[in-house]
Design a protein around this ligand. Structure first.
Ligand code: SAM
Length: 217
């Protein structure tokens, strides 16, 4: 009992430390953007901050997934197609401004996590989190550095060539029965369990639904 209590308080401490670091990181990003965009002659600090901010953004662009948010009504449709149950772990592997992650947590009761590679977009997501008052987590960095073995549902909006590169990781780590909901683009030659047709009325493209275990062609 005592041991459990001390384990719980240790994990609380780590959680608070992670939140604190995320807050510091976000503040540093916002201050850097403000500093860079303030009119003045470029000094070495401006150049260093600009490079630090722009590198991950370029990586995101080169990796084939620039920041283009999914309209909210389409995000909701994706989460419905994912048949997300209360308490399930939902991950957006490139979460942009966090909209799908916040919706998954607030409206579907999911334990939602979003990863975002671009610092500026990450900062926008953290600001949006305050507006949504969401308990979802947004983590700065490349989702490929994180293990996906306890994830129940992935939502994604990335280009097909990018998605194709993730197949080995998905097949290695995702458990049988977990779902991937991909907006607009298919995942390599995987077999979807469902394709939601595009709709001119709703102004949306197709939505591909995959389930690990039933995805092989
Ligand atoms: C097309 S946007 C989609 C944003 C969000 N999922 C949505 O539907 O509104 C893709 C985002 O993924 C991010 N991204 C690309 N590769 C990533 C990676 N390996 N890890 C984390 N984020 C990544 C990009 O910076 C970009 O913001």
């Amino acid at each position: 009992m005592k041991k459990q209590k001390s384990q719980r308080s240790t994990s609380m401490k780590y959680k608070n430390a992670a939140d604190f670091l995320a807050f510091i990181g976000m503040s540093a990003i916002v201050l850097s953007v403000v500093y860079i965009t303030t009119p003045k002659t470029a000094d070495p600090l401006t150049i260093v901050l600009f490079i630090l901010l722009i590198i991950p953004t370029i990586i995101a662009l080169v990796s084939g997934a620039p920041f283009v948010p999914t309209p909210m009504h389409i995000g909701k449709k994706m989460l419905e197609l994912g048949k997300i149950k209360h308490g399930e772990k939902v991950v957006d592997i490139g979460c942009g401004d966090g909209r799908l992650v916040y919706m998954a947590a607030n409206e579907f009761g999911a334990k939602a996590i979003g990863y975002e590679l671009s610092p500026v977009v990450y900062a926008i997501a953290k600001i949006r989190q305050l507006l949504w008052r969401s308990k979802a987590k947004i983590k700065f960095g490349d989702f490929r550095m994180h293990n996906l073995s306890d994830v129940d549902c992935i939502v994604t909006y990335m280009l097909p060539d990018t998605l194709k590169k993730f197949i080995p990781k998905f097949e290695r780590e995702l458990k049988s029965g977990s779902r991937i909901i991909s907006y607009a683009f298919n995942i390599g030659d995987w077999k979807p369990i469902h394709i939601e047709p595009s709709s001119a009325e709703e102004n949306r493209s197709k939505i591909f639904v995959y389930e690990i275990g039933k995805h092989a062609n």
